[in-house]
Design a protein around this ligand. Structure first.
Ligand SMILES: Nc1nc2c(ncn2[C@@H]2O[C@H](COP(=O)(O)OP(=O)(O)O)[C@@H](O)[C@H]2O)c(=O)[nH]1
Ligand SMILES: [Mg+2]
Length: 385
């Protein structure tokens, strides 16, 4: 059985949690990071081409791959029967591009913190109407396919990410390793992750009374495959049966992106966009965002653990043209809110004036009536005497 024979689509989920997410509008934000040249941008394009519809024009589908020099947001829509999901993918420049490699994780960590901060500030507004939510639900960490192990920089970066977001390590360009090398490399990475106590996202196993065996088996397959071996390609080749499929070509044949015997692309895609989409969204909300919020509300209490955010991140969004637009829209939103409040106040003021006029009118009527009654009384008294 292949991983996607069992389709646990988001639209099939009957539970309350699905309702929450769909009512919130359904947005999923994925971030890719790791050294440069590991195929991060190619992976995103492959994911978009094989899965997502209505990708925005910003996407560089038909253009040659350029070097990613800054954080880049790509958007697309994933459509299911009765569910549509907005997908944001955050592409990041590779570590090797930074002058200071020691703190190469800083940009990524700052970005994640900034999104939590922005969401928190919007939530604190009187109407709590959140407009911009780029909180990162999953971070794919690309590992160089050396076959040896993880570098200290990988470990350091993964640790910092894992305290803020759902971390999913992947082996980049897995087509460059033999099947045996890949198995050994996976094992080695799993050992390091465990020894270093790096908390990676793991599909939860259904612990209810009557777990669905197919779903359980799928989850187990996903867990066993971690860290996922990834192959990306924007080029299609004949798979030998006359069908063009995304693949990488070698003299001895092709490595197919969407073939479970060649790599874990489909398993990873299933985890991200189907089976564990809700887990990723809700754990971001309930675990990572809550942790951030709590730390911020508790103030800037000094902590020795530099891996957790305590201070408000510097507001740097406007330096990035990608966010200028959103920052402006956010400003406009706040201005509109103030205007709406002012409008309401004026209306209220007008209502009071109207009410006063009405009451004054009533008062006049009453006074006229009183005057008439007084006159009647007087004339009656005159008659009596
Ligand atoms: N062998 C192999 N090469 C890849 C793969 N994905 C991307 N590449 C190539 O690696 C180079 C760098 O890719 P790019 O996506 O720009 O990497 P990024 O810097 O991580 O965004 C390009 O020449 C890609 O064609 C893969 O899965 N396998
Ligand atoms: Mg790139």
């Amino acid at each position: 059985m292949t991983s996607e024979n069992i389709i646990v689509g988001v639209s099939n989920l009957p539970n309350q949690r699905f309702k929450i997410v769909s009512e919130q509008g359904g947005t999923f934000t994925l971030m890719v990071c790791g050294e440069s040249g590991l195929g991060k941008t190619t992976f995103i394009n492959t994911l978009f081409q094989t899965t997502l519809k209505h990708a925005d024009p910003h996407q560089r589908r038909n253009q040659p791959i350029k070097r990613t020099v800054e954080i880049d947001v790509l958007r697309a829509i994933l459509e299911e029967k009765n569910f549509s999901l907005r997908v944001n993918v955050i592409d990041t420049p590779g570590f090797g591009d930074n002058v200071n490699n020691n703190k190469s994780w800083q940009t990524i960590v700052d970005f994640i913190d900034e999104q939590h901060d922005s969401y928190m500030r919007q939530e604190q507004q009187p109407h709590r109407d959140v407009k911009f939510d780029l909180r990162v639900h999953a971070v794919l960490y690309f590992i160089r396919p050396t076959g040896h192990g993880l570098k200290p920089l990988d470990i350091e970066t993964m640790k910092r990410i894992s305290t803020r977001a759902n971390l999913i390590p992947v082996i980049a360009k897995s087509d460059t390793l033999t099947a045996k090398e890949l198995q050994e490399f996976k094992l080695r990475i799993r050992q390091v992750v465990e020894a270093q106590d790096i908390r990676i996202f793991t599909p939860p196993l259904d612990e209810s009374e009557s777990p669905d065996p197919a779903v359980m088996e799928h989850a187990r397959q996903l867990i066993e495959s971690m860290p996922f071996a990834v192959v990306g390609s924007e080029t299609k080749f004949d798979n030998g049966q006359g069908t063009l499929v995304p693949a990488r070509k070698y003299p001895w044949g092709i490595v197919e992106v969407e073939n479970d015997n060649h790599c874990d692309f489909r398993k990873l895609r299933s985890l991200l966009l189907r089976t564990n989409l809700l887990d990723l969204i809700l754990s971001t909300e309930e675990l990572h965002y809550e942790a951030y919020r709590k730390l911020r509300l508790e103030g800037s209490g000094a902590t020795d653990d530099q891996s957790v955010p305590v201070r408000a991140p510097a507001r740097k969004l406007s330096h990035n043209p990608q966010f200028k637009e959103e920052e402006n829209a956010l400003k406009k939103y706040f201005t509109d809110q103030v205007k709406a409040e002012e409008q309401r106040f004026r209306q209220w003021e007008q209502n009071i004036v109207n009410e006063r006029i009405r009451l004054n009118g009533d008062l006049e009527d009453v006074q006229t009536k009183v005057k008439k009654l007084e006159e009647q009384v007087r004339s009656l008294q005159l008659k009596r005497h």
